[in-house]
Write a protein of this length. Structure first.
Length: 517
């Protein structure tokens, strides 16, 4: 397996087996590969199923739907189970179809395994695997008041659990011919809450076994099979569940890591510096994810191409080796194919328009999540400071005479003309009379931020937009400061600094229209 240029994750369900009524044709089963042909994606990470039940003809586990006595989870789960059943009946094993087609088209395939999951063997069950039915005591059992699902997860202190997981990975790489595996931490549970620290070496030994297993299979095939792992961007967060990722990297047990924190809000600020350091020292790679994230914004319910450019620029400037894309809207349109093209190489987007939105805090957020500075309740006379990371190589673009224009946007909720606000960028005051000021009655945001508890409506607000000279912008961290100099107290609503963003534009050739040449 060669170093990936661009990785794309397909979960095998939402854009495939959930979508179509059975039976699916061979052409349909090949779509996760065929729709990427001609793009820069050279590595497909493919979801194996639900973690304990699988969407292929497994001999070591349970197939999705095997324990579904009645199909009581809606149409799409029935479709997946029936599509699998009918595909196997027609001689088409879905995962084998993917691996063979990817190799035919010059792509590498990683089998992505949810390494643990919750759920007890009861009722009509799609997600509980064979091991829990045969040996219910392999479940953790111990309660965690903050995470009630922990009790029904597999306990990796049990050798039977580790053996079953190894058998799945062996089947994926040996019998099906995958080029490696991805360990998806998913629920981030491995041990009883009271035994995590003492059992951390057990999980490290398990990863050593995974490495040895793949080395044995790879030796037979004359290639190195790769181990990828989704990990938390924060080191202590990994250690808190038993994942000693630094040791995994230093011993060469994993080849690449995906700093996957679970946030649904697009965050263009990198927060995985320790991983870059640890991976580079060991010859490993870091591929930050850029899928299933959404701006908390009423104007854009999905990231724009300009937002993807900004995030990619910042991540690569922070030392990432490449990017990990996933779950772009499907079916693909010109927008998705343009995103894939540009995310493969920073040379493509280095001097194109970028949109750097600052991420907002999420309620009940991960205690190990990155520090976020929005939203801020504005108080009279107190400056609110918000950092904005800009990864553009501004100095070299300036030397080449290719800088265009930069814009700072600030959204303040429930302010009014009787208030007096001041704005600064990196200590320099921005005159309010030079800003473009617009007001909106309100706006609604995308589904997924609301799903995690963020307010669906951004209330009545003003946007203040400043054209800023590039001389005020820095490569790296910039600081935007907003101060409510005077608070019109007759209006009792709280003034909230809700959004901060920077757009950078470069000199580009004009795009011809109609008969222009």
């Amino acid at each position: 397996m060669s170093k990936p240029k661009l990785i794309y994750y397909h979960d095998s369900r939402h854009s495939l087996l959930y979508r179509f009524d059975p039976p699916m044709s061979l052409h349909g089963l090949r779509q996760p590969v065929d729709e990427l042909v001609g793009t820069p994606v050279d590595t497909l990470s493919y979801g194996l199923g639900m973690g304990q039940t699988f969407l292929y003809d497994t001999r070591v586990g349970a197939r999705f739907g095997d324990h579904a006595v009645e199909h009581n989870r809606g149409l799409v789960w029935w479709r997946a189970a029936e599509n699998l059943k009918q595909a196997l009946r027609s001689g088409h094993d879905p995962f084998k179809v993917i691996v063979d087609r990817a190799h035919e088209k010059g792509m590498q395939v990683l089998g992505s395994l949810r390494i643990n999951d919750s759920g007890a063997p009861e009722g009509s069950n799609y997600t509980v695997g064979r091991l829990k039915y045969e040996m219910p005591d392999v479940m953790i059992g111990e309660e965690d008041p903050d995470r009630p699902f922990v009790a029904t997860c597999l306990d990796f202190a049990r050798p039977e659990v580790r053996a079953e997981r190894l058998a799945v990975l062996e089947e994926v790489c040996d019998r099906y011919g995958a080029d490696g595996i991805e360990i998806d931490q998913y629920v981030r549970v491995f041990f009883k809450p009271s035994e995590i620290r003492q059992n951390t070496p057990i999980l490290t030994d398990f990863v050593r076994e995974v490495r040895r297993l793949l080395d044995r299979i790879g030796e037979k095939r004359g290639q190195r099979l790769y181990v990828a792992a989704r990990v938390h961007p924060d080191e202590e967060a990994n250690l808190s569940v038993g994942m000693d990722v630094r040791t995994w990297l230093s011993e060469g047990l994993v080849d690449l890591v995906i700093p996957h924190g679970g946030s649904v809000i697009l965050d263009t600020t990198p927060s995985f510096g320790w991983l870059v350091e640890a991976a580079s020292q060991a010859g490993g790679w870091v591929y930050p994810p850029m899928g299933e994230v959404f701006p908390y914004d009423d104007r854009h319910h999905n990231p724009t191409l300009e937002m993807y450019r900004a995030a990619a620029t910042n991540y690569l400037a922070a030392g990432a080796d490449g990017l990990y894309m996933s779950n772009l809207p499907w079916p693909r349109t010109e927008r998705e194919y343009m995103i894939l093209r540009e995310m493969a190489d920073p040379a493509i987007h280095s001097r194109k328009t970028k949109h750097y939105p600052v991420a907002q805090k999420e309620p009940n957020t991960d205690p190990y999540g990155p520090e976020r500075f929005l939203p801020v309740l504005l108080e009279e006379g107190v400056g609110a400071q918000v950092p904005v990371f800009i990864g553009d190589a501004l100095d070299s673009a300036r030397a080449d005479g290719e800088l265009g224009q930069a814009t700072l946007g600030v959204r303040v909720v429930q302010t009014c003309p009787e208030d007096r606000l001041s704005f600064r960028l990196n200590g320099s005051e921005l005159p309010l009379d030079k800003a473009t000021t617009t007001t909106y009655y309100g706006g609604t945001v995308a589904y997924f931020p609301v799903k995690v508890g963020m307010t669906q409506r951004i209330d009545t607000h003003y946007w203040f937009e400043f054209d800023i000279p590039f001389a005020l912008l820095r490569e790296g961290e910039n600081v935007v400061e907003v101060t409510m100099e005077r608070h019109f107290k007759a209006l009792t609503a709280q003034r909230v600094l809700q959004s901060v963003e920077v757009r950078t534009r470069f000199k580009e050739p004009p795009i011809p229209v109609q008969g222009q040449m």
